[in-house]
Design a protein around this ligand. Structure first.
Ligand SMILES: [Zn+2]
Length: 375
């Protein structure tokens, strides 16, 4: 038996339509956004879906992470946009800028996620198992963007009298880069979503990634934290005076901001690893001597009326076959596992056919019962 519900393709189309209403369907200029801040002469930040950094020289404009903007401040067409990574909040209107003639530079490792976004989504339903097993994730662009140039760590990008040093800073995405530029006597690092503010990051979800030696991203809570700390160290080594993140505060004390974040990440991961059950299955990734775990609880043995469906899925079915007053519970954390679901649904269905009263921990069972089965 299978349950009806949105197919993967339908789910993806739904998700792609939701999060950013500006997703390329209306014009958005800086006058429509709330805040602009002149940070240094020739450098300002426009706060929209992301912090867009605007450089102005000789009547020309270069943006970093244009976000929802489909024009430069004042309405002009920017000459270039440089992107730190491919996420939709960074680049939702990039295809509109490109159509007007703006040249687009993207991290080489993420070129496909700009230039072939539609193809990526068309094939995505073949690669998604669990959402947390899906990297890159649902914030990938929905519109392809023509790419004029790719950038790689170690290269420089020169525009007018400005020289942007490209630093490979993976973590938030595997191909993220940061840009370091000297302007107005300050060394300014544009760090994308590497850091949000002193001690903080924009979101943790993007750091879900398999640890080395592990299969699948499912277990990888914080699997990209080590990448993040290494990338932060690279930024720090460049001795910037200012950090400008895609989301968050402009930081004038980078060493302090990064050191706080590094400490917080260390504490968070030590706490998590002290109880992470996967360490029992994947021995050696984090040796016990170096990363001690809390002692295990005593083993629990189930009573006979609990049916073991699969690793985390159990059914409680007292007198199911014998009594019309039987009760069935569904306890499952991996509701997406077809075999488990089908197996348990068969059990519940048998109970229902015997006119048993069904009580379930998941209201979706009631809803699903009333729909036609999915093909
Ligand atoms: Zn992002």
């Amino acid at each position: 038996m299978t349950f009806p519900g949105p197919s993967r393709r339908e789910f993806l189309q739904l998700m792609a339509a939701v999060p950013l209403s500006v997703q390329g369907h209306r014009e958005s200029t800086p006058s429509q956004t709330s805040l602009q801040e002149q940070v240094l002469p020739g450098l300002r930040v426009v706060r929209g879906s992301v912090n867009t950094v605007v450089f102005e020289r000789n009547g020309k404009t270069l943006l970093v992470d244009s976000g929802e903007l489909s024009a430069a401040p004042g309405g002009a067409v920017p000459e270039w946009v440089l992107f730190t990574h491919h996420h939709r909040d960074q680049a939702s209107a990039a295809h509109q800028l490109a159509a007007k003639g703006t040249k687009i530079a993207v991290p080489a490792e993420e070129k496909r996620l700009f230039a072939e976004a539609e193809q990526f989504w068309n094939s995505a339903d073949n690669i998604i198992d669990h959402r947390y097993d899906f990297r890159p994730h649902l914030f990938t662009l929905t519109h392809s963007v023509p790419v004029s140039r790719t950038v790689t760590g170690g290269e420089t990008f020169t525009w007018q009298d400005l020289r942007f040093e490209i630093i490979s800073t993976p973590a938030h995405t595997d191909g993220s880069v940061s840009y370091l530029v000297e302007i107005g006597g300050k060394r300014v690092a544009l760090t994308g979503d590497l850091i949000h503010s002193p001690g903080k990051i924009w979101e943790f979800y993007s750091l879900q990634k398999r640890f080395p030696g592990m299969r699948g991203d499912y277990w990888g809570f914080g699997g990209a934290v080590a990448d993040l700390q290494a990338s932060l160290a690279k930024i720090l080594a460049k001795k910037p005076d200012l950090l400008i993140p895609s989301h968050g505060e402009i930081m004038s004390e980078p060493a302090h901001a990064i050191s706080l974040l590094t400490e917080n990440l260390d504490r968070l991961m030590a706490n998590y690893l002290s109880t992470a059950a996967w360490r029992i299955y994947f021995k050696g990734i984090f040796p016990d001597a170096q990363y001690p775990m809390l002692p295990p609880l005593p083993a629990v043995f189930y009573p006979t009326w609990i049916r073991d469906i699969a690793s985390t899925t159990k059914a409680i079915s007292p007198r199911c076959r014998a009594s019309p007053a039987a009760t069935a519970f569904w306890i499952a954390s991996r509701v997406d596992c077809g075999k488990q679901r089908a197996d348990l649904s068969g059990l519940i269905h048998t109970c229902l056919k015997k006119r048993a009263r069904s009580i379930t921990s998941s209201p979706t069972i009631h809803r699903r019962r009333s729909r036609r089965p999915r093909r």
